[in-house]
Write a protein that binds this ligand. Structure first.
Ligand SMILES: Nc1ncnc2c1ncn2[C@@H]1O[C@H](COP(=O)(O)OP(=O)(O)O)[C@@H](O)[C@H]1O
Ligand SMILES: [Mg+2]
Length: 374
């Protein structure tokens, strides 16, 4: 590995910082017949943590594990399609017997599963081909329940199901999951209000059916230890201040810290020291990488949303978004148009709302806007 600060997914325990307590808890819960919900803001490390837990020997050697990210799904059809694909993709590496059993189980879809030159199956199903999602879903669950090992299924970005037109999906999934004895689930999600509503509203099917775990940021001391160790292993050093400065600047969000550390590591020569004065130009470099994307996003946005997004970015955190002060200061049209623009930005995940405080979701986008409009 040329760079120990990995920015695109789980690369093994060596490159994974801390989460020891969480890993132990999750592994223990999952291997003791519990279902879990894992909640945190985006980019803090839920998905990587799931992969890390699934890679622990207690799970890796004894379970079939499946991870399905449903962020891009809009319907039960999509959901069934991705779930089926995730199961097949994971079984493919486990030998013919494993995947054959699955293919035989999903008889409603079998004719649509293709084979490549080496005889490996591939899930090349268009969603239109899933004629009866309820039947296919039933088949997938039957497979999980009859598999030759216990199964663990992670459904990532689970809050997405609240956006489906089919409002029964929660009740349907809940019914299946309740009946499962061979299979347990971890539902992870980034939007606290939606995830909270699914699992903690007494009127909703999933109420009190899972153990909820809120994932905190990695502690500064742990992240510092991790960074220092990797610099030392490469015969480089780093001032600890650099790490605390990044931690503060990026609200302790793992993904941004890793992306900056990755570049700082490159910029630090062997036997050299990474110092605090290197941070700003490194962030600049990262903003330059994304400049085209950010420009295009702003350009395509309806004007009212763009004005609001820029105003929020310039403020950092906005407490009373439709309050006269903020509206006047940024010359926005009116409180009501601000509220409707905010709704649009929230739906598209450009901004986030925690209680009554609004901020830009992507910290780098925020910094880029600040640089652009200041
Ligand atoms: N424990 C960790 N150690 C090192 N890097 C991590 C860790 N957790 C997350 N990351 C980094 O943060 C990025 C975002 O993590 P991810 O799991 O995708 O977040 P989430 O699923 O919460 O949005 C990962 O691609 C990885 O670079
Ligand atoms: Mg994720």
């Amino acid at each position: 590995m040329n760079n120990p600060f990995v920015t695109n997914g789980y690369a093994g325990a060596k490159y994974f910082c801390d989460r020891e307590k969480e890993t132990k808890n999750i592994v223990q819960m999952l291997t003791n017949e519990n279902n879990l919900a894992l909640i945190s803001p985006r980019r803090l490390g839920k998905t990587d943590l799931i992969y890390h837990c699934f890679a622990q020997p207690e799970i890796r050697d004894k379970y079939h594990t499946f991870v399905v990210d449903i962020y891009s799904t809009a319907s039960v059809r999509d959901f069934v399609n991705l779930l089926g694909k995730a199961v097949l993709d994971s079984l493919k590496s486990k030998g013919r017997q494993s995947w054959e059993k699955f293919i035989n189980a999903v008889s409603s879809l079998r004719q649509n599963i293709g084979f490549d030159m080496n005889g490996y199956p591939s899930w090349s199903i268009g969603i239109g081909e899933i004629e009866n999602p309820a039947v296919s879903l039933d088949e997938i669950f039957s497979y999980l329940e009859s598999a030759d090992k216990k199964c663990l299924v992670a459904i990532d970005e689970f809050q997405q199901i609240t956006r489906y037109n089919d409002k029964n999906i929660e009740a349907t999934l809940r019914t299946y999951i309740q009946k499962c004895t061979n299979t347990h689930f971890i539902f992870s999600g980034s939007q606290r209000h939606l995830m909270g509503a699914i699992f903690t509203s007494p009127s909703r099917p999933f109420f009190q059916s899972v153990t909820i775990m809120n994932l905190p940021p990695i502690a500064l001391e742990k992240y510092t230890e991790f960074v220092v160790k990797h610099f030392e292993e490469a015969d480089k050093s780093i001032d600890k201040q650099v790490i605390s400065c990044l931690y503060e600047k990026f609200d302790s969000i793992t993904s941004y810290m890793q992306r900056i550390m990755n570049l700082l590591f490159v910029r630090t020569p062997v036997k050299g020291t990474c110092t605090i004065d290197m941070i700003d130009s490194t962030i600049e470099q990262l903003l330059d990488f994304s400049s085209d994307t950010y420009e295009a996003i702003l350009y395509q946005m309806p004007e009212k949303q763009r004005d609001l997004l820029v105003s929020i970015a310039l403020e950092g955190k906005v407490k009373n978004i439709s309050g006269g002060e903020f509206v006047k200061k940024h010359k926005l049209l009116s409180p009501s148009s601000v509220l409707s623009a905010a709704k649009g930005l929230l739906e598209k995940d450009f901004i986030t709302q925690d209680r009554n405080i609004y901020s830009v979701y992507d910290k780098l986008f925020e910094l880029w806007i600040k640089r652009m409009y200041k």
